[in-house]
Ligand binder design. Structure first.
Ligand SMILES: [Cu+2]
Length: 312
């Protein structure tokens, strides 16, 4: 029921286990007006990656990985992204967020030809679970080749006095946030024979990666997933959790759930949200999660949590 053999993650230069938690919080400094400046560096590259054992895909990447770096800022930060295009095609960084037309990262506004650079700048808002992707044309090709990533904006608790505790629990670096087990999951697919249908589906690029190496979860601590769908060619993807239910925050832009006590959500491309759940009342063991399009399961989008009393 899984791929046979192993992908060489070292050759790829990224590992799906690391991608779950390796936030890029940028370089932080303080502006003369007291505001926080958060600077990121992103380079687009042409790069062959191994999708499944022995199956290679001519990807376009941000910083050498698919998905690109998981950028994380705090609401109100001034975000400045230094983007260099070292690839062979024009590319952009188009952020889902609130910004000016000049910073939209579309043809005519921040599109970067090979060898050139551009600096995008905007305030991080609204708080939530967002994404960025290339918006050069043809769009489906530029997205499907691998140019996308998570963009999470943590709420500033001072701006949300009515839900300050919930805001602090989301704020990376806070004591309350440290109690959570946070994971980034970008649902994607790969058309390896270029017939505009996907041959492989995954969370974070490598089919069955978390079936072969389940994601270790400490039973006592709650789980928060930043779930983003970028799957090309299929209108919908979904996330189904076995033996448990979760609360869901659509786009992550609220501090109270928009769906309570569900075990499945579906997302169209670019839709995203935050899932919160707990295994504290469960016995240790392997708990499955997967797309509930069963074709996607068989083609790679099937995973396990390994719930344990303590993490080794
Ligand atoms: Cu592009």
């Amino acid at each position: 029921m899984t791929t046979v053999g192993e992908v060489d993650h070292a050759r790829n230069g990224f590992d799906p286990q690391a991608i779950l938690t390796d936030w890029d919080t940028g370089v932080v400094s303080t502006l003369p007006d007291g505001r926080r400046l958060r600077q990121f560096e992103i380079t687009a590259l042409d790069q062959e990656i191994e999708i499944a054992p022995g199956v290679f895909f001519p990807a376009w990447t941000y910083n050498g990985r698919v998905p690109g770096p998981s950028l994380r800022a705090t609401e109100g930060d001034l975000v400045r992204i230094h983007f260099a295009n070292a690839g062979s095609m024009p590319h952009t960084l188009h952020f889902h967020g609130i910004h000016s037309a000049r910073m939209d990262g579309v043809p005519g506004a921040g599109e970067v030809v090979p060898g050139a650079e551009f600096v995008y700048e905007f305030e991080a808002r609204p708080f939530g679970c967002h994404l960025y992707h290339c918006h050069s044309l043809p769009l489906k090709r530029h997205i499907h080749k691998g140019l996308y990533g998570a963009f999470v904006v943590d709420p500033d608790p001072a701006r949300h006095p009515e839900h300050a505790a919930a805001a602090r629990a989301r704020l990376l670096g806070s004591e309350e946030n440290a109690g959570w087990q946070e994971l980034v999951m970008v649902m994607n697919g790969f058309d390896t024979n270029f017939d505009e249908e996907n041959e492989f589906y995954a969370v974070n690029t490598i089919p069955h990666a978390y079936a072969k190496r389940p994601i270790r979860i400490a039973r006592a601590r709650p789980v928060r997933i930043y779930l983003i769908n970028v799957t090309e060619f299929d209108p919908l993807n979904s996330f189904h959790l076995h033996a448990n239910f979760f609360d869901y925050y659509d786009h992550g832009t609220t501090l109270t759930p928009t769906l309570r006590t569900v075990d499945t959500v579906m997302q169209c491309q670019a839709q995203r949200g935050i899932l919160e759940f707990s295994f504290a009342e469960h016995e240790p063991g392997l708990y499955m999660f997967h797309a509930h399009q069963t074709e996607f399961v068989e083609l790679g989008w099937m995973s396990f949590f390994e719930v344990a009393d303590a993490l080794a």
